[in-house]
Design a protein around this ligand. Structure first.
Ligand SMILES: *[C@@H]1O[C@H](CO)[C@@H](O)[C@H](O)[C@H]1NC(C)=O
Ligand SMILES: *[C@@H]1O[C@H](CO)[C@@H](O)[C@H](O)[C@H]1NC(C)=O
Ligand SMILES: *[C@@H]1O[C@H](CO)[C@@H](O)[C@H](O)[C@H]1NC(C)=O
Ligand SMILES: *[C@@H]1O[C@H](CO)[C@@H](O)[C@H](O)[C@H]1NC(C)=O
Ligand SMILES: *[C@@H]1O[C@H](CO)[C@@H](O)[C@H](O)[C@H]1NC(C)=O
Ligand SMILES: *[C@@H]1O[C@H](CO)[C@@H](O)[C@H](O)[C@H]1NC(C)=O
Ligand SMILES: *[C@@H]1O[C@H](CO)[C@@H](O)[C@H](O)[C@H]1NC(C)=O
Ligand SMILES: *[C@@H]1O[C@H](CO)[C@@H](O)[C@H](O)[C@H]1NC(C)=O
Ligand SMILES: *[C@@H]1O[C@H](CO)[C@@H](O)[C@H](O)[C@H]1NC(C)=O
Ligand SMILES: *[C@@H]1O[C@H](CO)[C@@H](O)[C@H](O)[C@H]1NC(C)=O
Ligand SMILES: *[C@@H]1O[C@H](CO)[C@@H](O)[C@H](O)[C@H]1NC(C)=O
Ligand SMILES: *[C@@H]1O[C@H](CO)[C@@H](O)[C@H](O)[C@H]1NC(C)=O
Length: 680
């Protein structure tokens, strides 16, 4: 019976078949092949409708597959060596031979006569046929002698050969190079096809640190010789172990490493177990706040060791408030003034599978300038300063007190007002309010204002008056002033004026009138408490006196009455006196005349006449007159003696003596009438 072979020439399917099946080219007996497959692979291959079209590609020779007629006493050809039931068969026609029906008729195969493969028209197994159609649009089917290795044939010729059919004891199945099955003697040496070990284990990484990782992986199938670990990244490490885990050190922080762990079996790598991981990125260094504004904070830092992809800056504990940065600084905006913010800066890798430890920093934003700064002078040494802040945040305010650009002192408060004490009265002060954050690390913009302490009232206000003027004098014992404000008031009339001296003359006043004078110290807009005094102007003086009559004992004088004096109510006080006699007298009269009686003759009397009005006296006018003398003559004789001859005869000497005498009489007789005559 001739054997007809099929050759499938297919180039359309890729090499992935090799991944699942392994064609072992060393020729072995079926048992050895099975043994080798089960140790180094899985098992001899089982064929079914799903894998057949993959396996038959590019078969260059016959291969053992995992089917034996009587495997473990099962029904003939019913079970594959891996235990799968035989559900699909592709036997060469007439095979397997059945011992009873076809007695052995040994024939000699004549392979030499085979001219080569030949297209076959109707001889395609139904399933292969449909497979052929699907695999390629250029499927060609050839018949050729299976004992010859297939060779490229440009002009295929059909050939039919007839071979003897040996009867074999418990044969094994060989997959012929053209895809059909033939039973063969199991001790023949043939290549074989094993199931490749597909291995889907995984590598786990854990205990990831900056520089190390712990890897463990799934145990491989069967007798694994060892595991080979290959790490690729900025360094490449290959190491082998028989255990299922490995610690790896000396990695670079923040770096992506790819790991492959190959289970090695019969010096052959099974499918690798893959993973990749980032080492933990290192923490940044020297995190500092580089710029603070009222609404933003800028942070900067120094790049950490190792690698990284970017940084993330977290605001407080709010994970939503995150800013990414690829540079070593970050500006965080939209903040509120004067508040404390906490930041955490992390070093990150691209997939954010792991991040560095955080570096923490906190900072206040700069506080806002205070507004509505106002100053209120409470009294001469206290000033009440108040202001408003824009934000409801706790702040400390530094109040700096200065004067004419010279710093005096400063003081802090938590409140939005301050009583500034111990100031000097009547002074101008400059106040600067500096908002500060509670830890005093930052200040806001200054606000300034100016204020005055109230001046002190004047002291010792004294008034002096005459008929038409008042002179006011006063002192200022404490504090400063810029001027004094004076008000003079009389029966509903007010007059105000300013002066910078400590006295003032009010002129053109009415005589004998009541005046109220008020003095207050003024600085800026501020006045001290007023100090007030009352005074009357003096009455108008009497007019010019003149002599009416005089005797040896009386003098009568009269004085004029000025128009201003109301003669009806006016009285006059007349004092007259003689110093010689040490005599004085006073008279009050309503008339503008007086007669002084009982005077001494020949004596000078001095009269002081004052107007009396409302118990006020005017300044006096004076008048001097002497009474008629009662004449007496007194003769004084002088005798001259001198040791100088003729001295007394000289004119000079007598006139000198005479002058000396007159001089002493003048002194002695002041206030009395006398005449002095010289007789020689
Ligand atoms: C063959 O039989 C032995 C013993 O009966 C059993 O242990 C083994 O699993 C069997 N093999 C198969 C492929 O059934
Ligand atoms: C061939 O292809 C057809 C249509 O694409 C499909 O229905 C059929 O199952 C395929 N046959 C085989 C053996 O793959
Ligand atoms: C079928 O084969 C022809 C000739 O080799 C080729 O040009 C064509 O692209 C193929 N078609 C498909 C669908 O592969
Ligand atoms: C690796 O070890 C961890 C415990 O350390 C274990 O939970 C995990 O299952 C192991 N993974 C593998 C693949 O062995
Ligand atoms: C690591 O291995 C890869 C691939 O084999 C190679 O491209 C790379 O240059 C190697 N790196 C180092 C640091 O040796
Ligand atoms: C391989 O791993 C072993 C044990 O983990 C270690 O002692 C050895 O240094 C490693 N070799 C290399 C080249 O990393
Ligand atoms: C961090 O700051 C310190 C002190 O300023 C300096 O000595 C150090 O060099 C800085 N570190 C880096 C990485 O710049
Ligand atoms: C973050 O944003 C999400 C969605 O916008 C919100 O549900 C969540 O409460 C926010 N978390 C915080 C801490 O604000
Ligand atoms: C920061 O970068 C990560 C990774 O690219 C991204 O998932 C995240 O949304 C970014 N966050 C912000 C606030 O842009
Ligand atoms: C500042 O003063 C104005 C006028 O008195 C007032 O309307 C305003 O509310 C004040 N501002 C604050 C922050 O209190
Ligand atoms: C000034 O005013 C403050 C507050 O009103 C007060 O406590 C203080 O005694 C006053 N000082 C004088 C000297 O009046
Ligand atoms: C200071 O002035 C403010 C506002 O005018 C007022 O509320 C406060 O009572 C004053 N403080 C004192 C001690 O007078």
């Amino acid at each position: 019976m001739g054997r007809i072979a099929l050759l499938l020439l297919m180039g359309c399917l890729g090499g992935w078949a090799e991944l699942q099946y392994y064609k072992y080219s060393n020729a072995s007996t079926w048992e050895d092949a099975r043994q080798h497959c089960s140790v180094c692979y899985k098992e001899l291959v089982s064929l079914n409708s799903e894998n057949i079209h993959l396996i038959v590609q590019n078969l260059s020779t016959d291969y053992w597959v995992g089917l034996r007629k009587d495997l473990n006493g099962t029904m003939s050809w019913s079970v594959w060596s891996n235990g799968d039931p035989v559900t699909f068969q592709n036997w060469y026609p007439g095979h397997p031979t059945i011992l009873k029906e076809i007695p052995p008729t040994p024939t000699t195969p004549t392979p030499q006569t085979s001219p080569g493969p030949q297209p076959l028209d109707n001889f395609c197994h139904v399933e292969l046929e449909s497979l052929c159609r699907n695999l390629t649009n250029s499927t060609e089917i050839y018949i050729y002698d299976s004992t010859k290795p297939p060779s490229p044939v440009t002009q295929p010729q059909p050939v039919v050969t007839v071979e003897p059919e040996p009867i074999i004891e418990n044969p094994c199945t060989s997959l012929l190079s053209f895809g059909m099955w033939m039973e063969k003697n199991c001790s023949e040496l043939q290549p074989y096809i094993c199931y490749e070990d597909r291995f889907y284990g995984t590598v786990n990484f854990s205990r990831v640190t900056l520089n190390s990782v712990f890897l463990n992986w799934t145990v491989g199938p069967g007798n694994i010789d060892h595991y080979r670990l290959e790490l690729r990244g900025d360094i490449n490490i290959t190491n082998s172990t028989t255990s299922l885990s490995m610690d790896i050190f000396q990695l670079t922080p923040g770096t992506l490493y790819h790991i492959q762990v190959f289970a090695v079996k019969c010096e052959r790598d099974l499918d690798p177990q893959n993973t990749s991981f980032y080492t933990k990125p290192d923490v940044i260094e020297n995190l500092t706040v580089t710029e603070v504004k009222t609404d933003s904070i800028q942070l900067s830092w120094v790049k950490p060791n190792g690698n990284h992809d970017f940084y993330s800056v977290h605001l407080g504990n709010n994970i939503n408030n995150t800013v990414n940065s690829t540079t070593e600084n970050c500006l965080i905006t939209s903040l509120s003034p004067g508040r404390l913010y906490y930041f955490q800066v992390y070093t990150e890798v691209k997939d954010q599978s792991i991040m560095s430890d955080p570096k923490n920093i906190s900072s206040y934003t700069r506080p806002n300038q205070v507004i509505n700064l106002t100053v209120f002078s409470c009294n001469s040494t206290w000033i009440n300063l108040t202001w408003n802040k824009n934000e409801e945040v706790p702040l400390i305010f530094l109040v700096v007190v200065s004067q004419n650009g010279n710093f005096l002192f400063n003081q802090s408060t938590n409140y939005t007002n301050m009583m500034v004490e111990s100031l000097t009265p009547g002074n101008k002060y400059d106040f600067t309010v500096v908002p500060q954050v509670p830890d005093l690390t930052l200040t806001g913009e200054n606000a300034t204002t100016t204020g005055f302490t109230r001046p002190c009232p004047v002291s010792n206000l004294t008034l002096k008056s005459n008929e038409t003027s008042i002179t006011a004098t006063w002192n200022l014992t404490k504090g400063n002033f810029s001027q004094f404000s004076l008000t003079i008031q009389s029966t509903g009339k007010n007059l105000t004026m300013n002066t910078t001296s400590l006295m003032y003359d009010f002129t053109n006043l009415k005589a004998a009138a009541r005046y109220s004078v008020t003095v207050s110290t003024v600085v800026g807009q501020l006045s001290s408490d007023p100090i007030n005094c009352l005074i009357y102007t003096l009455p108008v003086r009497p007019g010019k006196p003149s002599l009416v009559n005089k005797t040896m004992e009386n003098i009568t004088i009269r004085w004029e009455v000025p128009d201003e004096l109301n003669s009806g109510t006016t009285q006059y006080l007349v004092n007259y006196s003689s110093s010689f006699w040490n005599y004085s007298n006073s008279v009050i009269t309503s008339n503008n005349t007086i007669t002084a009686e009982f005077l001494k003759s020949g004596t000078y009397y001095t009269f002081f006449i004052q107007t009396l009005a409302d118990s006020k006296m005017s300044d006096p006018v004076n008048f001097t007159e002497f009474t008629e003398p009662r004449k007496k003559t007194l003769t004084i004789t002088m005798q001259c003696s001198s040791d100088k001859s003729l001295f007394c005869e000289s004119k000079n000497a007598s006139s000198n003596v005479y002058a000396m005498l007159q001089d002493s009489l003048n002194k002695l007789l002041t206030g009395v009438y006398y005449q002095f005559q010289k007789k020689t």
